[in-house]
Ligand binder design. Structure first.
Ligand code: UDX
Length: 444
């Protein structure tokens, strides 16, 4: 089986490499020549744990190649995956220009027996439109839609052990070939679901919108917890014990970011609006998440007696989530820019040493480690849930800071451990009562 993947972004590159790991011959194509050159040298352009080793292994096994040459890469391919970006347009709709551009480039060279699979997240009906567009060019080809459910930072795990594979197909041939492609997952009894093109397309958007809504929900419950002295982490645990709710995606924080949830919720809203269908819950999720960043600034200001002018602020973590260098739509961008406008002195430490972050926050000092970043700080703010922050010695941090104030927007620390550290502590959905220790007993 020869597979070609068009697009070497987060989805295309991980998918192509994992297909090669399945044992197929894979060619990954991109029009970015410098990115392809880097990949040919084994340099991985994205921060995805384990990807570099898999690329090296499969390239050495001659199952994986990278090229800019579309013609050579598709002429004898059995299956072609389109995995290019579908970013948001200014009106929130999905920009499909890269998808149609790659279709135009592939169409003249596809062999007639190949199956064309859209993996990019596209509005419902797009795959069928692509098939018609190809027919109009005289290219008769089987098309399918196969959404990805890869989380950045754990994308290889999510590809190799998915909860399910969704395949929108229109022909037995497409069904047969895609069954072959995902056969290696049969060993894990992974549910492989065949459905219509439209159902597969909508399932992707509905899944992401629901996960985004779940996060927005627990964030609003966190706000309520702060008003009634409940603990949102414990509420989330209590909820998650109900199998119908599930314990994932109930971690309160500064709101979701990344390249998918914001884009996909907006695209779904736009799609439904155009059909005259009111997705009020998706609309409210978008509004709730957008306003959360503003709320987080208010929380920080409140912790700093409503004045950060001239204050030394140590920010720990700026990427949209841990284990990635991706800054797309990260809550930190709004939060830090707002604090800068209010006259704060910001210093940043992020374990990814993200180039994107250094470009976005050019002119701001970046530290090499969390401790140095906290020297002389008036307040320490945690914006990303990197594991290494959980291992920090709060006592050591306390020696570095000018003022022992910690604003933890990811609830990384337990209230007990913070109490022993001497920090004044502010987090999300939990009220911190600085306890006085007298003669071995605790008095609130
Ligand atoms: C998401 C979907 O999970 C994935 O299935 C889809 O294919 C692509 O989009 P990703 O955006 O990479 O993946 O990361 P994810 O782990 O879903 O986190 C998204 C955002 O939600 C991050 O900003 C994260 O910090 C936030 N989040 C996640 C929470 O605030 N709380 C949670 O409990 C989980």
């Amino acid at each position: 089986m020869k597979i070609t993947v068009i697009g070497t972004g987060y989805v295309g590159l991980v998918s192509g490499v994992c297909f090669a790991e399945f044992g197929f011959d894979v060619i990954c194509v991109d029009n970015n020549a410098s990115k392809i050159l880097d990949l040919q040298k084994g340099n991985v352009p994205i921060c995805e744990p384990g990807l570099d080793k898999l690329i090296l292994k499969n390239a050495q096994a001659k199952r994986l190649a990278f090229t800019t040459n579309i013609e050579k890469s598709v002429e004898d391919a059995d299956i072609i995956f389109i995995a290019v970006g579908t970013p948001s347009k200014s009106d929130g709709s999905a920009d499909l220009s890269y998808v149609y551009q790659s279709i135009d480039e592939v169409a003249p060279f596809m062999n007639k027996d190949a199956v064309l699979v859209i993996k990019s997240t596209v509005p419902v009906g797009t795959t069928r439109s692509i098939r018609k567009c190809l027919l109009d060019k005289g290219v008769v080809v089987d098309v399918a839609f196969n959404p990805e459910f890869l989380r950045e930072g754990v994308a290889i795990e999510d590809f190799m052990h998915p909860d399910r594979v969704i395949l929108g197909v229109e022909s037995d041939k497409a069904k047969r070939i895609l069954s072959q492609v995902y056969r290696p997952l049969y060993v894990f009894n992974t549910p492989i679901m065949f459905t219509s093109l439209e159902t597969a397309e909508l399932s992707k958007y509905a899944s992401n919108a629901f996960l985004a809504m779940k996060i927005a929900f627990i964030n609003e419950i966190a706000d309520l917890c702060e008003s009634c002295d409940a603990d949102v982490n414990e509420v989330a645990t209590a909820m998650g014990l109900d199998k119908r709710i599930g314990d994932q995606f109930l971690q309160a924080g500064p709101g979701y970011g990344g390249s998918c949830f914001p884009k996909d919720t907006s695209a779904l809203k736009d799609f439904a609006d155009k059909l005259g269908v009111n997705l009020s819950l998706v609309n409210e999720t978008i509004k709730s998440n957008n306003s959360r960043r503003i709320k987080m600034v208010e929380k920080i200001l409140a912790a700093c007696n409503n004045d950060v002018k001239g204050k030394n602020i140590s920010v720990l973590g700026v990427t949209f989530k841990a284990n990635t260098d991706d800054m797309r739509d990260s809550p930190s961008i709004h939060i830090i820019n707002d604090l800068l406008q209010r006259g704060a002195n910001i210093k940043i430490y992020d374990p990814s040493f993200s180039n994107q972050a250094m470009q976005i926050f050019s002119g701001i000092e970046f530290s090499n480690n969390a401790y140095d970043n906290c020297n002389e700080a008036d307040v320490v703010i945690i914006l990303t849930d990197w594991s290494e922050f959980r291992a920090l010695s709060l006592r050591e941090l306390n020696k570095r800071v000018k003022n022992p104030l910690l604003v933890d927007l990811r609830n990384i620390y337990s209230l007990t451990e913070v109490n022993a550290s001497g920090f004044n502590y502010c987090s999300v959905g939990r009220i911190f009562k600085k306890l006085k220790f007298t003669e071995g007993t605790i008095t609130s």
